[in-house]
Ligand binder design. Sequence first.
Ligand code: PMP
Ligand code: GLN
Length: 385
Amino acid sequence: LVARMRPFGTSIFAEMSALAVRTGAVNLGQGFPDTDGPPEMLAAAEAALRGGRNQYPPGPGIPELRAAVARHQRRFWDLGYDPDGEVLITAGATEAIAATILALCEPGDEVVCFEPFYDSYAASIALAGAVRRPVTLFPDESGRFVFDPDRLRAAFSGRTRLVLLNSPHNPTGKVFSPAELSLIAALCRENDVYAVTDEVYEHLVFTDSGAPHVPLATLDGMRDRTLRISSAGKTFSCTGWKIGWVSGPKDLISAVMRVKQFLTFVNGGPFQPAVAVALDLPDTYYRDFRDGLQARRDRLADGLARAGLRVLPSEGTYFITADVSSTGTADGIAFCRELPERAGVAAIPTQVFYDDPEPARTLVRFAFCKREEVIDEAVRRLAGP
Ligand code: PMP
Ligand code: GLN
């Protein structure tokens, strides 16, 4: 194995899901829904499978999906992208992130990102031979994750190539505020660097979070320096389909396309027309989807609190954080490794997403994208006899 990949072992999601299966634990670790997405989308996939759409789709993605992706961004965020040249369909957001970094970063270039970061970020940066410059998110007294603006400013250097931003944020459930986004945008402009935004949870910002989701690309001077990434997996509950996309100015999309064509060439033939149908669903679909997740967030938060854990606020995503120090544990990794055996529940230690785990030693991420009865069973088990 090449040296730059040696620090990366088995992903925490694979490890904890395998442990959950082995022990029969309720899996609130890996973030995937346990119900299917919209029936219109499933019917469209079935029709495509039986309708002869099983060969290589066009490299950038089928035209009807690229058009639907462009329409969707116009409808929700008032962002205009030309479906021919400014939208590229990828194998999930994961490939979009990897191909974007590989397309833009020379070895030694620096990527500013916020830790805790989604696990593929560090690996994709390493694959490119680039260097990550993490800025730490830590909970303030209210439990909301914040960062030190001076630390962000100091993370930029002459080698900075891009900022990689995930909002709504996995694993913390943080939604970056308009003021935080303005600062990030200002630093991108001042330092003349690109922004790559991972917005896979764009439709999961909860109504009590205080602010709506704001794509960084909508801020002054940002559209032409931002590659905006999203995916069908979360919004349409089909994480196994791996249909994602990246939108941005033509020259940047064309660079990402160059890399993508040699990673996977194309992907998900019969799923692409189905996701096009899903993107065009009426606003009520998106509202009900969010309201459903918000109710399950509240259900799990109440249960975790009843089980004696301190629950931090979650403003969006599939995830909520609990501080498990009240159980006498000093280490969230040890806690999560023994929880399936001891209590029959699986969760993810937040600290594994940090280079410097200090602010998150006793924090644990629980997924609430599960049926109510599954959440209730997990809570019963956590509360103990
Ligand atoms: N980014 C974040 C923040 C995620 O949570 C996930 C999925 N868990 C991804 C990217 C990957 O998305 P996809 O499955 O579409 O590759
Ligand atoms: N995005 C999901 C999570 O954060 C799972 C991703 C994965 O399994 N690679 O839990």
